[in-house]
Design a protein around this ligand. Sequence first.
Ligand code: GLN
Length: 175
Amino acid sequence: MAGLCVGVLALQGAFREHGDALTRLGATVREVRQLKDLDGLDAIVLPGGESTVMGKLLQEWSMLEPLRQRILAGMPVYGSCAGLILLADHFRTLPVTVRRNAYGRQLGSFHAEGRWEDEAVPLTFIRAPRIEATGPGVEPLVTLNNAPMAVRHRNQIAAAFHPELDDDNRLYEAF
Ligand code: GLN
């Protein structure tokens, strides 16, 4: 990622952890809080947090449609947890159906071991959404009991879990 300027949407949520992970991988990280922060970005990360709050702030700051247009134009985007919900339900650029808080009113986090091809992937879930259906062109990347936990669709990667909390860089590298 050396030489790339990667934005992390920093309106709310767990943006610092993503920034740290991206910096470790050599990217120049920019926290995105307003429209002008989108200028010249090579890619953007949508962090976990509360998708309703982030969606509302994106509207209020007139960033929803401009960012949506950039995603549709092919800018690489990576959403984790609430970021997945933003892509599916707010930007509507990712053709998947998600159910919010699908594992109940969970206070802490829970862990599981997923699969990426033949390799084990650590999964940390925090009030996670579930991917209930995927549209055409959506490729599962990480699965748990054959259900998709992370997917790719063209320039978009999204995970129901929090890769930034485990020392696992595979999704960042795919991104
Ligand atoms: N439950 C949150 C939402 O609906 C997502 C949780 C998270 O990002 N850890 O936006």
